[in-house]
Design a protein around this ligand. Structure first.
Ligand code: PLP
Length: 356
């Protein structure tokens, strides 16, 4: 079976096997990671190893803190302004689709949000070039969404801005190398390329800590999380442990340079199949196409149901597009092997032959 779900997404089989082996008895300690105190030496070593492996994978500079938090990426939509946007201050946001719109809506509750650029003029099928952005001189930060999971629109470049750059990397983190030093803050819900849901990873430059509003709840203050090694309260220990196993798996695959090569090849194959036929289509400007989430349509939407039913029969699962977009969507995160894409494109060719 191959799982193309956008999230919670497929996890590497080797990691699930290892977790199964360690489920009842972690490394001879006689108990599960789920049953350990988060303050025990055993769990602290699991947590520290996970952080170090993530630092190694992303080459995170020493002046950044890595936080393992709860509330998902959606909570970050509020947590970011509570920490980085002073009362009465202004923040710039780039609107490229449904997730950036949610971030904009939530931040607007806390201050002056300026939409410095929007993909609306391109029907959200292309990213506005930076020359067309209207950035504020006094922005506390600039927020953008490098990969729009639903629309399938991805930045192949990192914006150059003078204010701290804040990025929702939920559906693109760890898919290829990225220069963290260009960012003030990066966040990612875990349930796509990191691990199980229930965890959100925040990577924040140290000079941005200690700026939270007086009214910011303690649990949402980044500096409290940083001072307490993300253990101010009980963290999602099992999700943290499993994410650590995935970081080790990624290192075993050859790290992010290797993932980039694999992911590049996967997306090229799938877009190639879509573009080679009139039966399938993807509307996104080729330079702005997502490597991780590939929406596509059939020429006749009455064929959507038979397409999905046939896919499921062949073990190609969760290809239905997001309810707001319709059509199909194949999410091909790190844990989805090239063989899954091979099986999908073979099925697409066969289906087109029958119905095209
Ligand atoms: N941002 C992006 C880009 C996403 O894809 C998602 C979820 O799919 C979210 C935010 C919301 O994540 P969560 O469910 O962890 O709040």
């Amino acid at each position: 079976l191959f799982n193309f779900c956008a999230g919670p997404a497929a996890l590497p089989e080797a990691v699930l096997q290892q977790a199964r082996e360690e489920l009842l008895d972690w490394q001879g300690k006689g108990l599960s990671v789920m049953e350990m105190s988060h303050r025990s030496d055993e769990f602290v070593s699991i947590a520290e190893r996970a952080e170090q492996d993530l630092r190694d994978l992303l080459n995170i500079p020493d002046n950044y803190r890595v936080l393992f938090l709860q509330g998902g990426a959606s909570q970050q939509f509020a947590q970011i302004p509570l920490n980085l946007l002073p009362e009465g201050g202004r923040a710039d946001y780039i609107d490229t689709g449904i997730w950036s719109a949610k971030a904009i809506e939530e931040a607007s509750r806390f201050g002056n949000v300026h939409v410095a650029a929007s993909a609306k003029g391109y029907d959200y099928f292309a990213i506005p070039g930076q020359n067309d952005w209207r950035l504020s001189a006094d922005a506390a930060y600039v927020h953008y969404t490098p990969n729009e999971t639903i629309g399938g629109l991805e930045f192949g470049w990192v914006p150059e801005v003078s204010a701290p750059l804040v990025a929702d990397m939920s559906s693109t983190i760890l898919s290829r190398p990225v220069d963290i030093s260009k960012f003030g803050l990066v966040y990612a819900g875990a349930q796509k390329n990191i691990g199980p849901s229930g965890l959100v990873v925040v990577i924040v430059r140290e000079d941005l800590l200690g700026r939270a509003r007086a009214s910011c709840p303690t649990m949402l203050d980044y500096s409290v999380a940083a001072q307490n090694a993300s253990m101010y309260n009980t963290p999602p220990t099992f999700a943290w442990y499993l994410s650590g196993l995935i970081f080790q798996w990624l290192k075993g695959q050859g790290g992010l340079e290797a993932m980039k090569r694999i992911n590049e090849a996967k997306q090229r194959k799938l877009y190639g199949t879509i573009d080679a036929s009139d039966f399938y289509s993807n509307p996104i400007n080729p330079a702005d196409r997502s490597w991780m989430n590939i929406p596509f349509r059939l020429a006749d939407e009455r064929l959507d149901k038979p397409f999905l039913a046939g896919a499921e029969q062949r073990g190609l699962l969760n290809l239905k597009g997001h309810r707001s977009v319709g059509g199909m969507r194949a999410s091909i995160y790190n844990a989805v092997p090239e063989a899954a894409v091979d099986a999908l494109v073979a099925y697409m060719a066969e289906f087109e032959k029958q119905h095209g």
